[in-house]
Design a binder for this molecule. Structure first.
Ligand SMILES: Nc1ncnc2c1ncn2[C@@H]1O[C@H](COP(=O)(O)OP(=O)(O)OP(=O)(O)O)[C@@H](O)[C@H]1O
Length: 258
């Protein structure tokens, strides 16, 4: 972020109490710069998904606010969840084109964008396939393509690769980084995995539970582009240790804050 430039998006003192009384977030302040890749790590229930839902505009804070350098346009935010949520009756190309159809993008342009993106995520040969014909990793690729087809400035991902085997997950991490490098969207990525978060992100937000709050905000000073070689790099090990340590501290802080 340039000095003095407004952050791309900023949560200012966001607190969320759900109608059942659960205090999911307490006083979250977080500024994200344009083009950043931010990982949000934390134990189950510490409010990671609740942060993403606020940023997506799906829910409103009980207190505090979210500010944007420029409010996102329609299709300006892409979302990917752990479940690929593809329409089972529609071919992959039609699933990926859905956001463009909803935005009434002319068919020829939409088809060209879908083809290009399917090629980028390695699914060019599966455009005509149905979701049931695809592996879990391929369905996730289709889901990512659908989220990116509107060329969003922000991609929100909530544990997208948690259900995948380790090898597929690592491959998708690399492919996601390639897409991020190519399309320059801002990324907020929720994960339980310290190793995944550190591999992907330039910054790790470590959350503490009950109520959900930010325990640490750590810069991950590892060079991009990143690839397999990073996994055996001493700097990667050091960064993982630092984030793991913060996570353990955050869990200990729970008792103190309760
Ligand atoms: N719609 C809701 N109504 C009431 N409580 C909710 C709702 N959604 C989430 N919560 C509660 O808010 C807290 C934070 O939930 P959230 O899903 O944001 O956490 P999380 O860190 O994403 O968890 P996980 O890693 O398990 O997905 C939890 O205690 C959860 O039970």
């Amino acid at each position: 972020m340039g000095q003095g430039a407004a952050p791309f998006l900023e949560l200012q003192g966001v607190t969320k109490r759900y109608p059942n009384g659960t205090l999911a977030l307490s006083d979250i302040s977080l500024a994200v710069a344009e083009g950043e890749f931010v990982a949000i790590v934390g134990a189950s229930g510490c409010g990671k998904s609740t942060i993403l839902r606020h940023v997506a505009g799906l829910i409103a804070p009980s207190a505090g606010r979210i500010r944007w350098s420029a409010p996102p346009a329609a299709g300006g935010i892409g979302m990917v969840f752990q479940e690929p949520t593809l329409m089972p009756w529609a071919r992959i190309q039609d699933n990926v084109r859905l956001p463009l159809d909803l935005a009434k993008v002319p068919r020829a342009e939409a088809d060209a964008r879908v083809s290009a993106l399917l090629a980028q995520v390695g699914l060019a040969d599966f455009a005509q396939a149905y979701p049931r014909e695809l592996s879990g990793g391929m369905k996730m690729r289709a889901s990512i393509a659908r989220a990116l087809v509107t060329r969003p400035r922000l991609l929100l991902m909530d544990e997208p690769f948690a259900a995948l085997d380790e090898i597929t997950r690592q491959k998708l991490n690399d492919d996601l980084l390639a897409l991020w490098r190519d399309q320059r969207f801002t990324a907020m990525f929720v994960t339980h995995s310290v190793y995944e978060g550190v591999y992907l992100a330039g910054r790790a937000i470590v959350m503490a539970p009950r109520p959900g709050r930010i325990h640490a905000d750590l810069a991950l000073d590892l060079p991009y582009p990143r690839d397999e070689a990073l996994r055996t790099d001493a700097r990667y090990a050091t960064a993982c240790r630092q984030v793991s340590h913060a996570l353990a501290e955050a869990m200990r802080a729970e008792g103190a804050a309760a």
